[in-house]
Design a protein around this ligand. Structure first.
Ligand code: NCD
Length: 306
């Protein structure tokens, strides 16, 4: 039995297989509509979510399965003081697979160590978000035709942005990737990721505070929200929140085939005037996330669809 806590637990072959399954689901949805009949997904969300929770739930329904769970800690026994370990043992009695989001880094790992069913990390604090990465990889594959040989810029809150951390780790598996890190000084990518992922894999990277200077070099621009809920002090958030706002004017120097991504929710980082630009791919990511979560559920439940 396998869980998915960190994206690097999947080999490149497995990532490619998940993408291939998602692409087959897109082409032949009927083939998969009863694949998880009789199976239950527990969605345990201790933090707010729209896309991740609903796409997991939609994924399970589209596989013919069922869903149970909660969408806030306050309505679970966590509010009475129950530990993550005990919650995981309990839910193992009712469901076949767990998707868990939690504000504490490492909580889904603790759940996986204590559950008898697979646990999927649906976002743990400012740490990792492997299933957003699956959505991002399918989007890049569909937009660029492959997962190697491009320059990707990550812009915004690179310190707390867990989607950035997981995507950088996944991309370290592919050839010819160049990374441009665009953030205010206070929100720079954590040094452990630079050391353990970028430097270790000899991935060329540069750091800047200025998006305008680098936008013309990028094949992909991955915008992020400043993660208000991870700040210790509201004044710092207010000062930093509008550091980068992508507008049609800013795109004047960008490549004609730039892919603009954002895990969403967007606050102010991308002007709505860009939504109809053919380069805007953030709502495609939303849909791709559902297909990749379907593929992941099938894999972890070891369901073989012929
Ligand atoms: C992201 C998250 O939860 O980390 N959202 C998502 O799952 N698509 C990004 C964010 O909240 O800024």
């Amino acid at each position: 039995m396998r869980s998915l806590i960190d994206i690097l637990e999947l080999s490149t072959t497995e990532l490619d297989e998940l993408i291939a399954t998602a692409e087959d689901i897109i082409k032949n949805p009927a083939k998969y509509s009863e694949a998880c009949k009789g199976k239950k997904l527990a969605s345990l969300f201790f933090e707010p979510s729209t896309r991740t929770r609903l796409s997991f739930e939609a994924a399970m329904y589209e596989l013919g399965g069922n869903v149970l769970g909660f969408s806030e800690a306050a309505s679970s026994s966590t509010a009475k003081g129950e530990s993550v370990a005990d919650t995981a043992k309990t839910v193992s009695c009712y469901a076949d697979i767990i998707a868990m989001r939690h504000p504490k880094e490492g909580a889904p790992l603790v759940a996986a160590m204590n559950s008898s069913i697979p646990v999927i990390n649906a976002g743990d604090g400012g740490h990792n978000h492997p299933t957003q990465t699956l959505a991002d990889l399918l989007t890049i594959k569909r937009e660029k035709g492959g997962l190697s040989g491009f320059t990707i810029g990550f812009c915004g809150d690179l310190k707390f942005g867990r989607t950035v951390h997981s995507l950088i780790a996944a991309l370290s598996r592919y050839a010819g990737i160049k990374v441009v890190l665009i953030s205010p000084e206070e929100l720079k990518l954590p040094s452990y990721i630079k050391k353990d992922i970028l430097k270790k894999n000899n991935i060329p990277y540069t750091q800047t505070e200025n998006l305008d200077e680098v936008i013309g070099d990028l094949d992909i621009l991955y915008m992020t929200r400043v993660q208000r809920e991870r700040f210790f002090n509201e004044a710092d958030y207010v000062r930093l929140k509008d550091s980068y706002i992508l507008t049609p004017k800013k795109l004047e120097n960008a490549k004609a085939d730039l892919t603009i991504m954002h895990p969403l929710p967007r606050v102010n980082e991308i002007s709505v005037a860009i939504d109809n630009d053919p380069r805007a791919c953030y709502f495609k990511q939303v849909l791709n996330g559902k297909y990749m979560r379907m593929a992941l559920i099938l894999k972890l439940l070891e369901v073989d669809v012929k």
